[in-house]
Design a protein around this ligand. Structure first.
Ligand code: FCB
Length: 460
């Protein structure tokens, strides 16, 4: 059966409901998001160089020793995946370019075959009437550059700027939406911040260096894209969640975590300042003029949101805090992530007030362990209920004054979910990895109907 064809599986009454959308703008953008390493596969094809995630997988650090070698085989199946998007009725698709696919050595000689893949993808999206949203960095740094210090060396700023210039110059005639980074706080905190300070005292220093260099690379990339792409609309994508204390005793730890998780990147990028505590730690790594280099004019603020982060004080952790348990009365997704739609509404209002930019929600979704039933259908009622409540909360945030212009589900496809490999599924399309068959889940049909209603409402 071709992708996307078939009757919607039966769902229960509740999950056929739709949230209110009354407050949304007429030109509200509905989309889906993915990222290069998580879906492309073709890891050893057409001259792609290794990324840090290939190395991480080779070390056996991912669940079930999974790797990104094949992933969703999107590199070969992109046309089928675009057909799915068309069937959904999305207006936009957010993907990322794999730096090591276009520059296998991270810099220097470019890889024409790798560049051509994104030409094909972008052309096919445009032919399908879907706007490409291109993210420059979704965590797959070329391994050779990591070997030279990666984000901890200031040299990375010029490496990243050259890469951004290459991508903008190559695709800027067809792509206007550019994001510099996906979730800088997550890859820096999880790469350098969490852990035991006693074992690796350089950890905190490397975290602070990485934070500052990513911010500088962001500012320089904004300029590089702006200079090459007339009419570019540029932003960065932040994982923004309320940091809440696991217990009353963790209130200070939660405030401290908030600085790193939610403010270390948006504050300097949008306001030109670091929170005081971070500023003090960063001073040894800063040069005159750096804050002006980081704060470049932006067109929008990207928010990725899943649920609040519960934080606990941990005197053995590098930063004195770590991820804590959620209170027992808070509901959770099948993979244990807290479900609190009101905190999504609050997050959106906080971002709107603090940064004053139009907001696009560029990731939101539910991770589970979906399986086809005996009829071959994937009935993911929990995901539908989650999306309904979160999109409802978004509508409430708009009613309360937040300027939100789009919403993108994570993710179009089940894919390589980092440390969890293929054991966790976030897709609204099921992927049977051994055969690569795509099966739209009940949530796919629900999202398609929601978009249809929203667009009919906007037109009416
Ligand atoms: C986000 C990542 C994305 C995906 C979702 C579940 O933090 O940006 O790649 O893994 O979580």
């Amino acid at each position: 059966m071709p992708a996307g064809v078939g009757n919607p599986p039966q769902t229960d009454q509740t999950t056929r409901e739709f949230p209110l959308l009354a407050a949304l703008r007429r030109d509200f953008t509905w989309g889906v998001s993915t990222s290069s390493f998580q879906i492309e596969g073709a890891a050893h094809e057409d001259g792609r160089g290794p990324s840090v995630w290939d190395t991480y997988c080779q070390k056996g650090l991912v669940a079930n020793h999974d790797t990104g070698d094949i992933a969703c085989d999107h590199y070969h199946r992109y046309a089928e995946d675009i057909a799915l998007m068309q069937r959904l009725g999305v207006q936009a698709y957010r993907f990322s370019v794999a730096w090591p696919r276009v520059l296998p050595q991270g810099r220097g000689t470019l890889n024409e075959l790798g560049l051509q893949f994104y030409d094909r993808l972008i052309d096919a999206l445009l032919a399908a009437g879907i706007e490409p949203w291109l993210c420059l960095y979704h965590w797959d740094m070329p391994q050779v550059l990591d070997d030279l210090g990666g984000w901890t060396t200031r040299d990375v700023v010029s490496w990243f700027t050259d890469y951004a210039a290459l991508v903008a110059g190559r695709y800027g005639d067809r792509v206007k939406r550019f994001a510099t980074f996906n979730e800088p706080s997550i890859f820096t905190l999880f790469g350098h911040g969490f852990g035991d300070g006693k074992r690796d005292i350089s950890g905190v220093n490397s975290l602070h260096r990485a934070v500052h260099h990513v911010n500088l690379a962001h500012g320089a990339a904004v300029d590089a894209v702006r200079a090459r792409v007339p009419g570019a609309s540029i932003g960065a994508i932040h994982n923004f969640q309320m940091c809440l204390p696991s217990t009353l005793a963790d209130a200070e730890a939660a405030k401290h975590c908030d600085l790193y998780w939610n403010r270390a990147f948006p504050d300097p990028q949008c306001l030109g300042t670091y929170p005081d505590r971070i500023q003090r730690a960063l001073e040894p790594h800063m040069q005159t003029g750096d804050l002006a280099r980081i704060r470049r004019p932006l067109d929008w603020f990207g928010v990725n949101h899943y649920g609040p982060t519960y934080v606990k004080a941990d005197p053995n952790a590098r930063l004195g805090f770590g991820i804590g348990p959620k209170p027992p009365d808070i509901p959770a997704t099948p993979i244990g992530w807290p479900i609190v739609p009101e905190k999504f509404r609050e997050t959106l209002l906080r971002v709107a007030k603090a940064y004053g930019l139009p907001i696009y929600v560029l990731e939101n979704g539910l991770g589970g362990h979906d399986k086809p039933d005996e009829k071959g259908a994937v009935v993911d009622n929990e995901r539908i209920a989650y999306l309904r409540d979160y999109i409802g909360a978004l509508n409430e945030a708009v009613s309360a004054g937040a300027d939100i212009r789009g919403y993108f589900v994570w993710s179009l496809l089940d894919n390589f979910e980092w440390d969890s490999g293929y054991s966790v599924r976030f897709g609204i399309t099921y992927v049977d990895f051994p055969t690569q068959r795509r099966i739209p889940k009940a949530s796919f049909h629900w999202y398609r109907d929601l978009i249809k209603r929203a667009r009919a409402q906007a037109d009416g």
